[in-house]
Write a protein of this length. Structure first.
Length: 239
C-alpha cells in the first residue's frame, strides 16, 4: 500500500507515469499516461494515444501474385483510419495490494478529444502488357490507383486484377482529418512487486465518436461511432 511505502521507507509518492501498448477489437494502439496521486486511492491523469481503428466488417484479401510480393488489401476499403487522442481521467482503488504482495484492483474513466486521420487506400492493378513482351518476360504491368468504388477493377470484377495494396505511404498526401471525442471505462490490475514501479494489465471498453462520419467501406454506411473492447499492458514508475 502507498502508506506503507511512505511511512516505512520515508519515500513520498506524488506522481506516476506509464507507457502502454494495447490490442483491441479494431486494431492496436500505443500511449503514454501521467498524472498526480491525490491520495492512497485516487490518481488523476492525462493521456496521449495513437491507435488504429478498423471497420468491423473489413475483410483483408490476398492479391494476385503475378508481380512482386503483393500486400493484402481491404476489399472495398476506401480509407484506413488512425487516431490521435488526448484526454483526462481518474483512477480509483477498489482493492489495495496487501503488504506481502498480490494484485491491486482499480477502475478508471477518461474522456477527451480525438483526431481521426483517414488515409485513402491505393491499389496495385494488374493489366496485360500491350504489345505482349517477348516469351519469358512477365506479361503483366502494375498501375497504382486510388480506390474508386465505381471502378469494377477495384471491386475485383475486372478488367484488371488486384495485385494488392499500394505503397504504404502513398495515401499520406491525401489524408483527411476527422475531429471527435472519445471515452473509456476500464479495470486495472496492478501486479507489480514494488510500489515504485507500475506493472499493470488494463481491461476495458472505449468509444470514439466523429460528428462528421468517416467513409471506411464502399459496401457499408459511413461510420460515426467506433466501439471497441481492449486489453493494455502498462509499465512505468511512481515517485
Amino acid at each position: 500500500m502507498l502508506e506503507d511505502l511512505v511511512y516505512d521507507t520515508e519515500l513520498q509518492i506524488y506522481k506516476q507515469h506509464s507507457y502502454f501498448g494495447q490490442i483491441h477489437s479494431g486494431g492496436f494502439g500505443l500511449g503514454y499516461r501521467f498524472g498526480n496521486i491525490r491520495s492512497i486511492t485516487k490518481y488523476n491523469f492525462q493521456e496521449f494515444e495513437f491507435l488504429q481503428l478498423r471497420h468491423p466488417k473489413a475483410e483483408r484479401r490476398p492479391g494476385w501474385n503475378f508481380v512482386g510480393s503483393p500486400r493484402r488489401y481491404i476489399y472495398g476499403g476506401m480509407n484506413q483510419l488512425f487516431a490521435l487522442r488526448y484526454g483526462l481521467g481518474t483512477q480509483r482503488t477498489l482493492n489495495e495490494k496487501p503488504y506481502w504482495g498480490g494484485i491491486q484492483v482499480d477502475y478508471l474513466v477518461s474522456v477527451g478529444g480525438v483526431l481521426g486521420l483517414a488515409i485513402p487506400q491505393y491499389l496495385g492493378i494488374l493489366y496485360p502488357k500491350n504489345p505482349e513482351p517477348p516469351f519469358g518476360e512477365n506479361p503483366w504491368r502494375v498501375e497504382v490507383q486510388k480506390f474508386n468504388p465505381d471502378s469494377s477493377a477495384h471491386m475485383g470484377n475486372g478488367p484488371g486484377l488486384i495485385n494488392g495494396m499500394g505503397p504504404m505511404f502513398k495515401g499520406l498526401f491525401d489524408l483527411r482529418p476527422y475531429p471527435g471525442i472519445y471515452a473509456r471505462f476500464a479495470f486495472s490490475f496492478d501486479f507489480g512487486k514494488y510500489q515504485e514501479r507500475v506493472s499493470a494489465l488494463e481491461v476495458g471498453a472505449m468509444i470514439d465518436v466523429f460528428p462528421i462520419p468517416v467513409p471506411m467501406m464502399a459496401t457499408h454506411r459511413k461510420n460515426h461511432f467506433f466501439a471497441n473492447f481492449y486489453v493494455a499492458y502498462h509499465f512505468g514508475r511512481r515517485r
